[in-house]
Ligand binder design. Sequence first.
Ligand code: BGC
Length: 901
Amino acid sequence: MTWSSRKRFLAACLLGLTAIPSAQAAAPRCRAVHLRVNDRKNPLGMGAAHPTLSWQMDDQRQGARQTAYEIRVASSEAKLRAGSADVWDSGEVRSAQSVGIAYGGPALQSQRRYAWEVRIWDAQRHPSAWSAPQWWEMGLLQASDWKGHWIGNAAAPKHSAPLLRREFQLQNGIARARVYVTALGSYQLHLNGQRIGDGILTPGWTDFRKHVLYQTFDVTRLLHSGANVLGAALGDGWYGSPLGWKGAEFNFGPPPPRLLLQLEVTYRDGHHQTVVSDGSWKTVAGPIQASTIYDGETYDARAAQPGWDQPGFSGQGWQPVQDLGAYEAGHPLLMAQDMPEIRVSQLLRPQYITQPKPGVWVFDIGQNLAGYARLRVHGPRGTRVQMRFAEILNPDGTIYTRNLRSAKATDVYVLDGKGTETFTPHFTYHGFRYIEVTGYPGRPTADDITVEAFHTALPRTGWIETSSPLVNHIFRNILWSQRSNLMSVPTDCPQRDERLGWMADAEIFWGTASFNMDTDTMTRKWMRDVVDAQGANGAFADVSPRVVDVRDGAPAWGDAGIIVPYKAWKQYNDVTVLRQNWAAMEKWMEYIHQANPDLLWENSRNNDFGDWVPANSTTPKDLIATAYWAYDAHLMSEMAHALGNRSAEQQYRQLFGQIRSAFQKKFVQADGMVGNGSQTCYAIALQMNLLPQAQRAAAASHLVADIQKRDGHLSTGFVGTGYLLPALTATGHDDVAWTLLLNTTYPSWGYEVKHGGTSMWERWNGDHGDPSMNSYNHYAFGAVGEWIYRDAAGIDTTASDAGFGHFVLAPHPDARLHSMRATYDSRWGTIVSEWQTTPAGDVTLHVVVPANTSAMVQVPGKGKSGVKAPAGARFVRTQGDAVVYAVPAGSYVFHGHMGGR
Ligand code: BGC
């Protein structure tokens, strides 16, 4: 305990607020757990100079809440244990805050490790014991910390992945060693015969002209005195691979790809040794003859270099690398990758093998996914085994590849001929369910193919389980499309010649994505890409990082620059993401306003995609644009409020009001009809709050009538789909929302399931649509996942709060489902909403409200007498056919009744 906190402690004892030390002062049932630094557990090589600290309160008692906290940071765990917080001691802070607390100590130093711990005071003002200590370690914070040179192999064939190596001597007494490494391209790092790290396609994808992410590895245990070897395979990755349907390569800088590395060794006696990438490294073309993102990889095992990454290797035929110059401060800016790498999340085995033609084997994995296949093979030297990847089959059982367009999606392995060989690609990935294998020596078995599915390894946070196999399947499909499209950038699809950071796709899906997984670190990273792609005129792009098209952002696409950070802030109460992007968001608002002084977004719509791939409907594009602009203004005023910027809050509220009036004048009729009456018109007008209160019910009736006219079907595209079910629920038409979700005829999510979909399709008519635009793994329509969490299960933020410190539990059960259970690991702890229904309309609702949070629970029931509430629930009000209770932390069971259904 520091002197200042001891003084406070003694004062508290005197006041009777704290127990006497001999009683150990600890409330045994309360503790801070799940400690995170910038949302990561024990992050190594962190870049954020001003990190935020978070924890959860572990306290099972009803009403558990934190009344104060103390954070201690020390230069080592030993110091913490000895009670010496030699870096920072927050002292006792009277606050319930447990998420996003700014580190308040002295400036953090490059490469230093910090140990930290927390204790908290419970509702009775008893302090807990100290948490288990955790740590974070800083990366290379200053550009001048980097001593290495960019190196590459300009002589290696284009799109191949040469090997680079350097042997070096170390002395006795190594205490600690770190490698800081990145590439303009993609690297796989080796040290003394071992691959370092398990990231795929590292570093993450950015606009490499502006920002490059680097990784940090703790390699202390792999080094020894004497000779050591660092090695790297260096591929094109997103830096050099052809991208977009135009196939432009090296979009972010000239060839060849290049590596930058720094090994920092600290000896026990305190002296340092540094090994960097420089002209002393050697290189060879190596066995990876070609490897690009879309086309796949060709690997000739005969050219492998056994022992290349170990000491004592002859290095015959290796040449000096090309020294491409020192890292110049800020060009591009190196930044720690403060977001998880892409990692394997699932291993899958083939379910069937067929032979549609002699020597052509087709493996069915049973699941559409993004990843690649590990091949096992035994055969004569020089045998060429080819794997091609596809999402669906032709009627004759061969693979269908037209929808991949120009992407070759082909991996080739040429056998060395020595025993059983295995091959895993290095710098490519595919979107597929089926693998066609040709050239295989003999008859392959299911054991010869293992599929590795991977994605940016964001922690899973949400689970949905219902009594309906259909809903469970839809949810699984959504999750698989999310997994398949988090490739350091949120992408549209994983298979064809696109796989780009299409902005609307992310904007529409981000709510769902953020329940399923903790997307905050990725939001912060991708928003940097979005800002890097922003034009000098303030326009966001359609695609970030910007490739393919120089035109400025279309409505709903560019607006992702406002909506995505808003979603992250609402979900995690992360104001950093708002602060970091505020200036860019303001520029976007200004850009639209300047071109559209009449407050209808009629000019500068550029690609103007509209309600993309709807089912038999069109929606006026000026209506969509104006609605999004108004929505942006509304979100800006909320975000300005969170940032404490009162004048901006006021200004954007006013702008919202003005655009809303212009919208009403142009698009809303007296009888509540909106635009041309498409479902998307109503869905966005209702959800974006663009209608006068008095017209909402009429507009909702028109919407329901349109759905009924279509025999209970939706007609929305990308823009409308995410808003449709929420709009129905918000206007009291849950039953219609459920009908849409439970449909199995065209167009519906269930139709995809019934027609073999194992992921979300790009188009409702994926089974009979245009092959050039027909991905079977697009997450945009998976936006309905947000409705499942927020409305069906009812786990929602309040209108005025961000995050789940105080939240809403307002489930909307439907008698067509017997049960639903949703679990959400919020920043504050695990929230559960679970309901069962009976045919008679009775509802049992079980909710779990984490320690240090509170919730407003809305239970179906006609008035107070229609609901049986548990002890601890305080009646607040009746609201339509539901009753609202306030509950503190705890686990509760309510009994209610669904009116009339
Ligand atoms: C992508 C979409 C994207 C769209 C732009 C397509 O090719 O796959 O998801 O948003 O282009 O309209």
